[in-house]
Design a protein around this ligand. Structure first.
Ligand SMILES: C[S@@+](CC[C@H](N)C(=O)[O-])C[C@H]1O[C@@H](n2cnc3c(N)ncnc32)[C@H](O)[C@@H]1O
Length: 296
């Protein structure tokens, strides 16, 4: 019995249930296959029957029993980029009683791949930009959710910054050997018209840049960049977008690198780690999957 309980303890963690936050970034993660021999299989059947009973009992008192996910994994060709489930212990959730944010988030959540944590962080960063000169740029807009949220955040604080939303509208581009899951052409299921309608429906004005950024569309931006949300999924795309931005970034300007740390976005994580070496940028790794850089 002690051996059995010890095995159960190794396999499960008890926690209070939390609402799952969807993230398409994990969809392509390789399946983890566990092999079991005949003896282990008998053990396993017995354990899973008892486990089901324990789970039901726990549910009755408001607890959820879930399989522990503390495995360390990495892609074969990026052995230094290690991943393990991150579960911070703090619980303060200011987005839950921020009515302005919640109203805006409800308007865009069906049009974004970002979870509420990243949305709230974008919202609060833009709200702190103040009246400084420069524009807000998002590269990798897809269906417009996070981009329109940036515009709503700016409007909520009376910001009046020009907002540019750039996308190929032909999907992910410039993938290469640094990228693990993305091959090119993913996320082409959107149009500039859809983003335009979402902006209009929310009463915000944004300039939509259709084409590969910076190659085909950056020439249309003439002002300095105060805020960049770079959400492009691939190493070379992220590098080209950020390298174009850096000489144009205002002092105190912010770059948010989405995908930093997501399993399957090793190219962007690797590029973020290159950027960390720069002395003119302050770096913060937000465990929600954002690399944040502030121009000193
Ligand atoms: C993960 S999606 C963006 C998600 C979006 N921010 C949201 O709120 O859901 C990535 C997008 O980046 C776009 N993209 C990738 N590289 C690009 C580039 N160099 N220029 C413009 N768009 C790019 C793709 O077309 C795709 O729509």
């Amino acid at each position: 019995m002690a051996r059995f309980l010890d095995r159960v303890a190794k396999l499960v963690a008890v926690r209070r249930p939390v609402a799952p936050v969807a993230g398409p970034e994990m969809q392509g993660a390789p399946r983890i296959v566990r092999r079991r021999n005949a003896e282990a299989l008998t053990d396993w059947r017995l354990m899973s029957g008892v486990a089901r009973l324990i789970k039901r009992a726990a549910n009755l008192v408001g607890l959820e029993i879930a399989r522990r996910d503390d495995e360390v994994r990495h892609f074969a060709h990026t052995p230094s980029l290690l991943h393990q489930r991150i579960a911070p212990l703090a619980t303060y959730s200011p987005w839950l009683n921020d009515p302005a944010f919640l109203a805006a988030y409800r308007r865009v959540r069906d049009r974004t791949a970002l979870d509420i944590y990243r949305c709230y962080e974008l919202w609060s960063l833009v709200a702190q930009l103040g009246p400084s000169e420069g524009c807000i740029l998002e590269v990798g807009t897809w269906r417009g959710g996070s981009g329109v949220l940036l515009a709503l955040a700016d409007r909520a604080v009376g910001g009046r910054h020009q907002v540019y939303l750039a996308d190929t509208f032909r999907g992910v581009v410039k993938t290469g050997q640094n990228d693990t899951l993305f091959r090119g052409g993913e996320l082409a299921d959107t149009t500039a018209g859809a983003v335009e309608s979402l902006s209009r429906a929310n009463g915000v004005t944004a300039t939509i840049l259709e084409g590969v950024f910076p190659d085909e569309t950056a020439h249309r931006i003439l002002e300095p960049i105060l805020f960049l949300h770079c959400d492009v999924d691939a190493y070379r795309s992220a590098r080209d977008v950020v390298e174009w931005t850096l000489p144009r970034l205002s002092a105190g300007g912010v770059i948010v690198l989405d995908d930093y740390g997501f399993f399957g976005c090793e190219g962007v994580t690797a590029y973020g780690n290159e950027l960390r070496a720069r002395h003119d940028l302050l770096f913060l790794h937000n465990l929600n999957g954002h690399g944040i850089f502030v121009k000193r």
